[in-house]
Design a binder for this molecule. Structure first.
Ligand code: AMP
Length: 402
């Protein structure tokens, strides 16, 4: 990664304005999943140990244009304090006199969390007046929020016009190192597995990856639009009618490239997705009858996909192989998760893009056994599309400016 990090700048005594991703689920005033808080601790710890005065800022949920207690970050300050074993002060606003006073009163090694950035609509509009007010709270800027780096918001992009140096935290660095290595210099064979509901959100990822991977495995709901493009009956399986020709183009493109595009050879079908007692059947991809619905990859496909994973040097996975929220249709997804764990054990670099595949890996208790599980679903997809993320572009380059 060619960006400066917190290891490259002077931190002692500095008011460090840190963009973190504390967008965590909260129920009844309590944080119910602290994965994102835990992921940001190495950076916060480094800042505290270096005697910086740490000002943390984040968004939470989608409040509608003003303060709303439902989206307050206060419960996050409490949980972070427990995780860090240190007091975490809290400011009721992220700009203005309250924030200024709280930031100004910080002593070396102390922590402050600002209230939800999105209580001000200017945050998402990348309003430069608002960005300047945020910037005035700190002396150095650190972005550790990979999950929002694909958005040019005031706290991720605008702010860097008013505060320098602007550098990456450890989590941001880790995300960029893993994803960047996969795209630029993967250990081969490089295998990508894509699944999830729709092709539409992932067409650009498929096109970009086709140039880089040795093998692209496709599962999940998106496979059925490819099947349709091949002329198979897909019953009532998920179909994006307007993407059939694009699916054909992708298959043709794959043939003209050195990479292999592999679709499921068998699938699990059911007559009714919502009936818990509905029957299931395993059929070949070309053998879906009547109005059956494809809900998971079948056992022969699992074996074929695992064979590729087992001989890979780098694997990147985004999107479940089936309707994994229902345990009856989750076998394909969990088999792939387990396959990644075995691959990691034998030295393969394994990366799970955020979102539902990260949720599946966490649900199976396997997150620790994968080389890297991304904290950013949308951001990792945009990165894999080959796009420059504005929140990353805004940080200082090594040996020069942006
Ligand atoms: P995405 O956000 O595009 O990664 O899609 C994730 C969603 O895809 C999950 O909620 C899965 O239930 C859904 N999904 C995966 N496979 C299928 C399928 N065969 N039919 C319908 N939905 C699916």
């Amino acid at each position: 990664m060619n960006k400066l990090t917190i290891d490259d700048i002077d931190l002692t005594g500095k008011r460090a304005l840190v963009r973190v991703d504390f967008n965590v689920p909260i129920e009844g005033g309590k944080v119910t999943d602290d994965t994102r808080l835990v992921a940001s601790i190495p950076t916060i710890q480094k800042l505290v140990q270096s005697g910086a005065r740490v000002i943390l800022m984040s968004h939470l949920g989608r409040p509608k244009g003003g303060p709303d207690p439902k989206y307050s970050l206060r419960p996050v300050a409490e949980r972070l304090s427990k995780l860090m074993g240190l007091p975490v002060k809290f400011a009721n606003d992220c700009i203005g006199p309250t924030a200024q006073e709280a930031a100004g009163n910080l002593k070396n090694g102390e922590l402050l969390l600002l209230e939800n950035l999105r209580f001000h609509p200017q945050e998402e509009k990348n309003d430069l007046g608002f960005a300047k007010e945020l910037a005035s709270l700190g002396e150095i800027y650190i972005n550790d929020a990979f999950g929002t780096a694909h958005r040019a918001h005031a706290s991720t992009e605008g702010v860097t016009r008013f505060i320098q140096p602007a550098v990456a935290g450890y989590l941001m660095k880790k995300e960029l190192d893993y994803l960047g290595m996969a795209l630029e210099d993967p250990v081969r064979p490089f295998v990508a597995i894509l699944g999830g509901a729709k092709i539409s959100g992932k067409i650009d990822v498929i096109s970009n990856l086709l140039d880089k991977v040795d093998t692209l495995l496709i599962g999940g709901g998106m496979a059925f639009t490819f099947f349709k493009a091949r002329g198979y009956n897909i019953g009532k399986s998920l179909l994006e009618e307007d993407k059939i020709s694009e699916a054909s183009n992708i298959m043709m493109l794959a043939e003209s490239r050195k990479s292999e595009l592999i679709l499921p050879i068998d699938v699990v079908v059911t007559p009714d997705l919502n009936d818990p007692n509905s029957s299931t059947e395993i059929v070949s991809a070309a053998g879906i009858k009547g109005e059956m619905i494809g809900v998971d990859i079948g056992p022969r496909t699992i074996d074929a996909f695992l064979e590729h994973i087992n001989s890979a040097g780098t694997v990147i996975w985004n999107g479940p192989m089936g309707v994994f929220e229902n345990p009856r249709f989750a076998q394909g997804t969990f088999a792939i998760a387990q396959g990644l764990v075995s691959a990691t054990d034998r030295g393969c670099i394994t990366i799970v893009g955020g979102g539902d595949s990260a949720a599946a890996v966490a649900k199976a208790g396997l997150a620790e056994k994968i080389s890297h599980v991304s904290t950013g679903g949308g951001a990792s997809l945009e990165f894999l599309e080959g796009k420059t993320l504005p929140g990353v572009a805004a940080l200082n380059n090594k040996g020069g400016n942006r």
